[in-house]
Design a protein around this ligand. Structure first.
Ligand code: TPP
Ligand code: MG
Length: 808
C-alpha cells in the first residue's frame, strides 16, 4: 500500500492515553450490557439487545470515523455510538426504558427498542444542521440487512458531492471526502440486501466500509446453516478488486479480539475508501456474544459447552487486558508499559460506577415523568371518589399496582370519567380538562412527525397554477414531463435521477430523453436491475441533503423495494421524532397496460405499507410534472405514479413549465354533475370520464372527481360536498376489491361523514381479484371498463326509479 493518510506525530504518552481511553470505554460499554440485561430480567425494561463481545472492533472503527462521515448499522453498535459521542450511558438507558424525551433519548425519543442508534441531523424547525460537523448515524431499523441499501446512498452521496455544487452544499459535504460505514451481523449476510448492496457499491465505486460482526450465529442458527461457506471472505473473493481496475472491493479479515490488528485493519480500510473511493469489507471474525443474542433467550440452549468456553477465553476485553498487561517495550533505554493490573482494576471499578450512576439517573428521570403525571391526575380522580363507589374501587386497584406506567394512570382517569358520566361537577370538569391536555402531550410523544411538521411540509408549498395561452403547444405527454425535468435539473443542481434505463436512453418512455447528455451521467444515471438499492441510493442521498429521484421502472416492480419504503423511508422522520428526514421522490409508472406484470396497480399494498410517504397518482403527465415541482420544494418523501398509457397521448404544455405546481391533498372536479359523484384516480380517470359522457346520454348527470393525491387525501372534504349535492357515491379504480377503493370509501363515508347525504348504497367498482391477463381483452375482462361503469352506475338509478330508468 502506498502513502497512508497524513497523521500527526504522537508520543508514547498519547498512545497510552488512547489505549486506556479505549479500554475504559470498552469496559463502560460492557457494564452497560451487563446491567442492561439485568434491568430487563428484573422487569424494569421490556426487551434488551446488547453489544457485548463487539467492543473492540467498534473502538477501532470509531478511530477512523470522522466528522461528516456516516454510519448505517444495526443494534450491536453501542460501543461505537459511545465512542463517536452519539450515545451516553444515560441516553442508552433512557432508550431501554422508552423515555419519550428527545433531550434524554435523542435517537428516537423512546420510539425505538434499545440498540437503535441515530444522531439528529435536523434542527427543531426541520432545517438541516451542519452535517460536516457531526459524526452522523443514520437511524437504525430492526429488519436485519435493511440498513444496507441506505448505506449505498450514504456512500454514493460523497461521490456526487465531488462533482456537483450548489448553494448550501457546504453543510453536507467537504468535497465528498466522507466515508459511509456499515455494520451487519454474520447471519444477516444471507439476505439479498447484503449482496445487492455490495454488488452495486463495487460497480459504482463508492466510499463505503462494511464491517461484518461474525459471531457465528444468527440467534440460534449457526453460520454454516446460513450461507454457502462459513468463511464469507472466501465467498466474497470474487468481488476483490484487481490491480489497476476500477471495479470490485477490498476485503480485510481480522480477529475481533486483536486490538493492534484491528487498528491496522481500519486504517487500511479508511485509506481505500476515503482516498480511492473503493468499497471495503472488513470481515471481523472470532466475535463473541458473552450474554447470548438478547434478553429473549439464553445461548446455553443452543451453544455447546466447548463453544461457550471458547467464547469465554476469546472475550475481546479480556484479550485486550492481557495485551495491555503484556505490552512492554524499550524507549530511550527505558522499559515502558501501558498499565498495571491494579490500574486496570481501578478503571474497571470506575466504569462500573459510571454505568450504575448513569443508569440510575436515566431511571429516575424516566420515573419522574410517570410520577409527575400521577401527581397531577390522581388527586383529581380522588376528588371524584365520593361521587361514585366505582371510582373509589378503581383508585384502590390503582394503588395496589406493583408497577405503574403512563398507561395505568390514563386507564384510571378514563374509568373515573366513565363511572361519573352525566355528573357535571366541577371536580369532574377539572379532571376532564387535565386529561385532555395531558393526553394531547402523549399524542405528540407517540404519534407526531409521521409527516413533516416544518415550513417545508408538502401541503404548505405555494400553489402556482399552470398558465395556458394561445401559443401553448400540444405534444406527447412524455415531452411535457421531459421538458419539465429539463427545467428541474436547471433550477435545482442538487437534483439527480437514476434508475434502470434512465440515463443513456432517457428512460423506457423517453421522459428523460437527452437529459444525460445535457446534465451528465452523475445526475441522470443508469443503474443495475436492483430496485431495493435504487431506493436505498435515494434514501441515503436524501439524508445527506441531495434531492434524489429514484426511478422504479414499472409500478409492478416496486414490490422489490416496498420493504425499504415501508421499513425505512416511511418511518425515518417518525422513528427519530423529527430528528432525520429523507425527502426522496420515487418516480414510477404503472396502472393500465396489459399483462400480469405490466398492468398492475397494487396501490392498496403501497398505501397501507407506506404511511409516512405521500402517495400521488396524477392522471396526466402535466399533473405529474406539477407534483414533481411541488415535492421538490417540500422536505417529505413521495411516490409519483405516472400513467403508463399516457406518454403518447397529447397534452397541452403549460407556458410556465417547471414552475407550476399541483397541490397535494387536493382533489379536482373534472366534470360537474348533479346526480352521482364518481371518484377515481390515475389511468382509470379517462375511462370514468368516457363513462360519464355516456351516462349523460342516459339521463344521468355524473360529477367526476380525480383524487390525484391518495396520501394526503382530500384535505378540505370537497368530495363530501359533492356527495351533498348529488346524494350518490361511486368509487372506481383498478386495484383489487377492498383495496384502494375501500380506503377512499372510508375517507369519504367515515372521515368526511358523507353517509349523511346518501340516497343509495355507496358502491365501489374495482378490478377482478386476479391479475390482469395479457392483451386488450385481458384488460377488458379484468379491469373496470366504461361499459362496466355505465351499467353499475345506471343500476343505482334503476333501483331508485325503475320507471324512469328501466332495466338494461
Ligand atoms: C428481516 C428480519 N428477519 C428476522 C429478524 C429477527 N432477528 C433479529 S436478530 C436476528 C439474528 C441476526 O443475526 P446476525 O445477523 O448474525 O446478527 P447478531 O445478532 O448475531 O449480531 C434475527 C433472525 C429480523 N430482525 N429481521
Ligand atoms: Mg451473528
Amino acid at each position: 500500500m502506498q502513502d497512508k493518510i497524513a497523521t500527526e506525530k504522537v508520543s508514547f504518552e498519547d498512545i497510552k492515553r488512547d489505549v486506556l481511553h479505549d479500554y475504559k470505554l470498552g469496559r463502560i460499554s460492557r457494564e452497560m450490557s451487563l446491567l442492561g440485561r439485568r434491568e430487563v430480567l428484573t422487569g424494569k425494561a421490556k426487551f434488551g439487545i446488547f453489544g457485548d463481545g463487539k467492543e473492540l472492533p467498534q473502538l477501532a472503527m470509531a478511530k477512523v470515523f470522522r466528522e461528516g462521515d456516516w454510519r448505517s448499522g444495526y443494534y450491536r453498535d453501542q460501543t461505537f455510538a459511545l465512542a463517536v459521542d452519539a450515545l451516553t450511558v444515560e441516553s442508552f438507558y433512557a432508550q431501554l426504558y422508552a423515555d419519550t424525551s428527545v433531550e434524554r433519548e435523542p435517537a428516537s425519543a423512546g420510539r425505538q427498542m434499545n440498540g437503535h442508534y441515530a444522531t439528529r441531523t435536523l434542527n427543531e424547525d426541520g432545517s438541516w444542521k451542519d452535517l460536516t460537523q457531526i459524526k452522523n448515524i443514520s437511524s437504525d431499523i430492526s429488519p436485519t440487512a435493511g440498513q444496507m441499501p441506505r448505506l449505498l446512498g450514504l456512500a454514493q452521496a460523497s461521490k456526487v458531492f465531488k462533482e456537483i455544487q450548489f448553494e448550501g452544499a457546504e453543510k453536507f459535504s467537504k468535497g465528498g471526502r466522507e466515508v459511509a460505514f456499515g455494520t451487519i451481523g454474520d447471519a444477516s449476510t444471507a439476505e439479498g440486501h447484503f449482496w445487492e448492496t455490495l454488488n452495486a457499491a463495487c460497480a459504482l465505486q463508492v466510499p463505503m466500509i462494511v464491517s461484518i460482526w461474525d459471531d457465528g450465529y444468527g440467534i440460534s442458527v449457526p453460520t454454516h446453516n446460513q450461507r454457502a461457506k462459513v468463511d464469507i471472505a472466501e465467498m466474497l473473493s470474487g468481488f476483490q478488486r484487481n490491480e489497476g481496475e476500477t471495479q470490485g472491493c477490498e476485503i480485510i479479515q481480522v480477529k475481533a479480539w486483536d486490538y493492534p490488528a484491528l487498528l491496522d485493519a481500519y486504517s487500511r480500510a479508511e485509506y481505500f475508501a476515503r482516498e480511492e473511493s473503493c468499497p471495503v469489507v472488513v470481515h471481523v471474525i472470532e466475535v463473541t456474544q458473552p450474554q447470548g443474542h438478547s434478553t429473549s433467550g439464553s445461548h446455553e440452549r443452543y451453544k455447546s459447552e466447548e463453544r461457550l468456553s471458547w467464547e469465554a477465553e476469546h472475550d475481546g476485553l479480556l484479550k485486550f487486558r492481557e495485551w495491555i498487561l503484556n505490552y512492554s517495550a524499550e524507549l530511550d533505554g527505558k522499559e515502558i508499559s501501558i498499565a498495571t493490573a491494579d490500574e486496570l482494576d481501578e478503571i474497571d471499578r470506575e466504569a462500573k460506577k459510571i454505568v450504575k450512576d448513569g443508569q440510575k439517573k436515566a431511571w429516575d428521570s424516566y420515573q419522574k415523568t410517570i410520577t409527575d403525571l400521577k401527581n397531577e391526575l390522581l388527586p383529581l380522580v380522588e376528588a371524584l371518589a365520593n361521587e361514585s363507589t366505582e371510582v373509589s374501587g378503581e383508585i384502590t386497584k390503582f394503588k395496589n399496582l406493583v408497577t405503574v406506567a403512563k398507561k395505568e394512570v390514563f386507564h384510571l382517569v378514563r374509568k373515573a370519567l366513565i363511572h361519573t358520566r352525566g355528573k357535571n361537577s366541577s371536580a369532574r370538569e377539572a379532571l376532564q380538562k387535565a386529561y385532555e391536555r395531558l393526553f394531547d402531550i402523549e399524542k405528540d410523544n407517540y404519534s407526531s412527525h409521521l409527516y413533516s411538521q416544518s415550513q417545508w411540509k408538502a401541503t404548505e408549498v405555494p400553489v402556482v397554477e399552470p398558465i395556458y395561452s394561445d401559443s401553448s403547444e400540444e405534444m406527447d405527454g412524455r415531452m411535457v414531463i421531459r421538458n419539465n425535468f429539463d427545467k428541474i435539473f436547471e433550477k435545482y443542481p442538487q437534483t439527480l435521477v437514476f434508475g434502470e434505463d434512465s440515463g443513456n436512453i432517457g428512460d423506457v418512455n423517453q421522459g428523460l430523453e437527452g437529459m444525460q447528455e445535457k446534465y451528465g451521467a452523475t445526475r441522470v444515471a443508469d443503474t443495475g436491475i436492483r430496485e431495493a438499492t435504487i431506493l436505498g441510493q435515494g434514501i441515503g442521498m436524501a439524508m445527506r441533503g441531495l434531492r434524489p429521484i429514484a426511478e422504479i421502472q414499472y409500478l409492478d416492480y416496486i414490490l422489490y423495494c416496498l420493504q425499504g419504503m415501508s421499513d425505512d423511508l416511511a418511518t425515518v422522520h417518525y422513528r427519530t421524532k423529527g430528528g432525520q428526514k429523507a425527502p426522496v421522490i420515487i418516480r414510477t409508472r404503472g396502472h393500465r397496460l396489459e399483462g400480469i406484470w405490466h398492468s398492475g396497480s397494487p396501490m392498496a399494498g403501497i398505501l397501507n405499507l407506506s404511511k409516512g410517504i405521500n402517495i400521488l397518482v396524477p392522471r396526466s403527465l402535466t399533473k405529474a410534472a406539477g407534483f414533481y415541482n411541488t415535492m421538490l420544494q417540500s422536505d417529505e418523501p413521495c411516490v409519483i405514479v405516472e400513467c403508463l398509457n399516457g406518454y403518447r397521448l397529447k397534452e397541452t404544455q403549460p407556458d410556465n413549465i417547471g414552475e407550476f405546481t399541483v397541490p397535494v391533498g387536493k382533489i379536482e372536479i373534472t366534470k360537474e354533475g348533479t346526480d352521482v359523484t364518481l371518484v377515481t384516480y390515475g389511468s382509470t380517470w379517462r375511462i370514468v370520464t368516457e363513462a360519464a359522457k355516456e351516462l349523460e346520454t342516459l339521463g344521468i348527470s355524473a360529477e367526476v372527481i380525480d383524487v390525484q393525491s391518495l396520501i394526503p387525501f382530500d384535505l378540505t372534504n370537497e368530495i363530501a360536498e359533492s356527495v351533498k349535492k348529488t346524494n350518490r357515491l361511486v368509487v372506481i379504480d383498478e386495484d383489487v376489491e377492498g383495496g384502494t377503493s375501500a380506503f377512499i370509501m372510508q375517507q369519504i363515508i367515515e372521515k368526511q361523514k358523507a353517509f349523511r347525504y346518501l340516497d343509495s348504497d355507496p358502491i365501489t367498482i374495482s378490478a377482478e381479484n386476479h391479475r390482469p391477463p395479457y392483451a386488450s381483452d385481458g384488460d377488458y375482462f379484468s379491469k373496470p371498463s366504461a361499459d362496466d361503469i355505465v351499467e353499475k352506475v345506471y343500476a343505482l338509478f334503476h333501483e331508485s326509479n325503475p320507471v324512469k330508468f328501466p332495466k338494461l
